[in-house]
Design a protein around this ligand. Structure first.
Ligand SMILES: NC(=O)c1ccc[n+]([C@@H]2O[C@H](COP(=O)([O-])OP(=O)(O)OC[C@H]3O[C@@H](n4cnc5c(N)ncnc54)[C@H](OP(=O)(O)O)[C@@H]3O)[C@@H](O)[C@H]2O)c1
Length: 221
């Protein structure tokens, strides 16, 4: 069985994720709506959010998650072993614990260090993490029922293309970004024709403040 997966992002009217003035306080207020027990983050989002997450730390144990703590678990997709600041991430107030998803190509030294530091990790997939299997293991072995994806269009794109997302929730900000450099919240480089377009069913529309619109869609299966 798989957990319910929600992609929740702030975007411009043209679906871009960067270069507009985002209302982060409002974003995190709406996040509460999902009652996630796991925040699934892309490594790039984590590293972009705080460069300290890339810094080597002493090989000391990282505090384990406490069962009675109702904050979500932070799970970072990181087959390339770029995230190293596990004590730093664990000290952030948003999460009750940290965990990472690796693949067969993740360097052995990194896996050994995760083991020594007590950072729980799941190894799936060949060159990249097998997201379906990882989600199934998060559900089965860690009791994860609701996952909110905290990422850019890359991880969300892979999850959406694999049919693993149940809900798409976007806060549309009053800006047109344009250009081709700032990425869209859904990147699908493998899309070849209209056969791969993902149909959605609108289930919620809300105006937030003066200019932001919150749209919620179910992904049609
Ligand atoms: N506006 C918003 O609401 C919002 C929210 C979050 C982030 N952002 C912005 O988005 C940007 C980062 O987004 P991004 O799209 O560059 O990166 P991302 O989605 O955060 O991270 C890419 C992740 O996807 C994984 N991945 C890529 N291909 C995969 C595959 N085939 N199978 C399994 N996993 C795969 C990578 O894993 P490996 O490392 O294992 O390769 C990596 O963890 C940042 O600028 C951030 O600030 C905006």
């Amino acid at each position: 069985m798989l957990p319910r997966v929600i992609v929740h992002n702030m975007v411009s009217v043209d679906g871009r994720m960067d270069w507009f003035e985002a209302n982060e306080a409002q974003f995190y207020e709406t996040v509460k709506n999902w009652s996630e027990d796991c925040t699934l983050a892309g490594a790039d989002t984590i590293l972009d959010g705080d460069p300290q997450a890339a810094m080597e730390e002493p090989p000391t144990p990282v505090a384990a998650a406490q069962a009675e703590d109702d904050r979500p678990l932070l799970v970072v997709v990181d087959s390339r072993a770029r995230v190293k600041g596990w004590s730093f991430l664990r000290s952030q107030p948003h999460w009750r614990g940290v965990m990472t998803l690796c693949s067969e190509t993740t360097p052995r030294t990194h896996l050994d260090l995760l083991h020594v530091r007590g950072v729980p990790h799941i190894v799936t997939g060949g060159s990249r993490v097998d997201l379906r299997e990882s989600l199934a293991r998060l559900h089965k072995d860690h009791g994860v029922r609701v996952v909110r994806v905290e990422s850019g269009g890359t991880l969300s794109g892979v999850l959406l293309r694999a049919g693993l997302v149940s809900v798409v929730s976007i806060l549309i900000h009053p800006a047109l970004v344009g250009g081709s450099s700032p990425s869209s919240f859904f990147r699908a480089p493998d899309l070849m024709n209209t056969g791969g377009v993902i149909p959605l069913r609108l289930v919620g529309v809300e105006r937030l403040g003066s200019d932001v619109v919150w749209l919620r869609y179910l992904v049609a299966k």
